[in-house]
Design a protein around this ligand. Structure first.
Ligand SMILES: *Cc1c(COP(=O)(O)O)cnc(C)c1O
Length: 429
């Protein structure tokens, strides 16, 4: 499979090159040259297939022959070693829980898949390593640290804003050691992000072979298609239309859902639910794309003013707004509405949703008015424990600590404090 840059000003590359580079030389996101729908037998028989077998069918054409079949199967098995249950919350409303992995956020799947692909591509390299440089506002850092721990030929450097991530999130990215190092930046998330972007453009850092591990990287983005197939497998026997609502920040997840539909998965409608960072809902309403600086909210993993994957979505709809509106809606919610939804879901349904899932629920409920006979599924993208500062007071409960989280709580934080880009360069060496 070849990948082209959505800025159309860089050469086409292989899967391997796209994964290693992250972003094309013209700063465009990579996109697959073709998308071939899966055959109807696959969908007829899907409930008899394991998650691993489904994932292999789904991802195979995008990897091509660049990873041997047995190795790809092994990578998938390691990536998917936990459950993805659909949990009934109300009549016709399900939560697709994506948080049963090692760091308890959905980003585990993409981080694990990408790390193992990079590990495979670097398997024979001794001192010609890749360095994954990543800025995090919370969840990405932990998933990347856990996913890349001990992977051969890859060093990881994570930048996070000092004092702006939760205690659990900080421990997840500062306590692992080995090939994972954490930089605690005196500043906000945007400062971390700016430093990372600058480093990618810096010729004097070329020898580090820097790459990114957020959803601009195809190996982190594409495996997110799996979730939608796993939900379909579980709910197929209900024989109803399916509506998915994704709590959206950088729009990587929902963009993977649209890819799944392109592969033939029968999804009737998508809802992108956002917090007050509402660039996409405004676009759908008004027709012009007008990104704004991000605002801080209680669903902080979605505090994105200019979603990087939106351009991939537009590519799939050939920039045809009318067609796009038929398949896709987008609504935004305030923190007050989000907290009230968490309380309703808990009181009425006995289900504990964290703020991102609650935003997804709100968008879903609104859209279901248009699809009275469908099943609605909202993605629960993180375990409530990751947002305990919000969840516990809102619901007046105490959450038990899951074992995955307990294991990092006792470990000691190791990080290096920096303030300037020069300090980042000095650290990389
Ligand atoms: C990253 C994240 C999101 C947003 O996902 P995108 O693919 O960037 O839209 C939503 N919820 C949680 C908990 C996250 O960590």
């Amino acid at each position: 499979m070849k990948y082209y840059s959505l800025n159309h000003n860089a050469p086409k590359v292989s899967f391997q090159e796209a994964v290693i580079q992250g972003l094309a030389a013209d700063k465009g996101l990579y996109f697959p040259e073709s998308i071939t729908p899966l055959n109807s037998d696959f969908f007829k028989n899907i409930e008899n297939l394991s998650n691993e077998a489904i994932a292999f069918e789904v991802i195979q054409q995008f990897v091509g022959d660049e990873i041997p079949t047995e190795t790809l199967k092994q990578i998938i098995a390691e990536t998917l070693s936990f459950d993805f249950p659909t949990v009934k919350v109300e009549d016709s409303i399900y939560a697709l829980e994506l948080y049963h992995g090692p760091t308890m956020a959905f980003k585990d799947v993409g981080a694990r898949f990408m790390s193992r692909c990079l590990g495979y591509f670097n398997k024979d390299k001794k001192d010609n390593k890749n360095t994954v440089l990543v800025a995090t506002s919370g969840d990405t850092g932990g998933a990347v640290a856990s996913g890349f721990l001990g992977v051969q030929g890859v060093d990881v450097v994570i930048l996070y804003p000092s004092g702006k991530v939760s205690d659990i999130q900080e421990r997840q990215l500062t306590t692992l050691g080995q090939n994972i190092r954490a930089l605690e930046v005196d500043g906000v998330f945007d400062d971390c992000q700016d430093m990372v972007k600058k480093a990618f453009l810096d010729e004097s850092l070329k020898h580090h072979k820097l790459t990114s591990a957020n959803s601009i990287n195809i190996a982190r983005w594409l495996p997110q298609m799996f979730y939608f197939f796993f939900a379909y497998k579980q709910l197929k026997s209900e024989n109803k239309l399916l509506v998915f609502s994704c709590p959206s920040g950088n729009f990587g997840n929902i963009c993977a859902g649209i890819m799944a539909k392109k592969l033939g998965l029968p999804i009737e409608h998508f809802v992108a639910s956002t917090n007050v960072n509402d660039t996409v809902p405004r676009f759908l309403e008004k027709g012009n794309y007008d990104p704004k600086p991000s605002k801080a909210t209680i669903s902080n993993a979605m505090d994105v003013g200019n979603p990087s994957n939106f351009i991939r979505i537009q590519e799939m709809y050939n920039n045809d707004l009318e067609q796009f509106r038929k398949d896709f809606s987008s609504y935004s919610y305030t923190d007050e509405e989000t907290t009230a939804a968490m309380q309703t879901i808990y009181k009425t349904d006995g289900y504990i949703a964290e703020p991102h899932g609650a935003v997804g629920y709100l968008g879903l409920k609104k859209e279901m008015i248009n699809f009275p006979n469908a099943i609605g599924i909202f993605l629960e993208t993180a375990h409530p424990i990751k947002f305990l500062d919000v969840v516990e007071p809102a619901l007046n409960i105490k959450l038990p600590i899951p074992t995955q989280i307990e294991s990092v709580l006792g470990k000691e934080k190791v990080s290096t404090k920096i303030k300037t880009y020069e300090e980042l360069k000095a650290f990389l060496g």
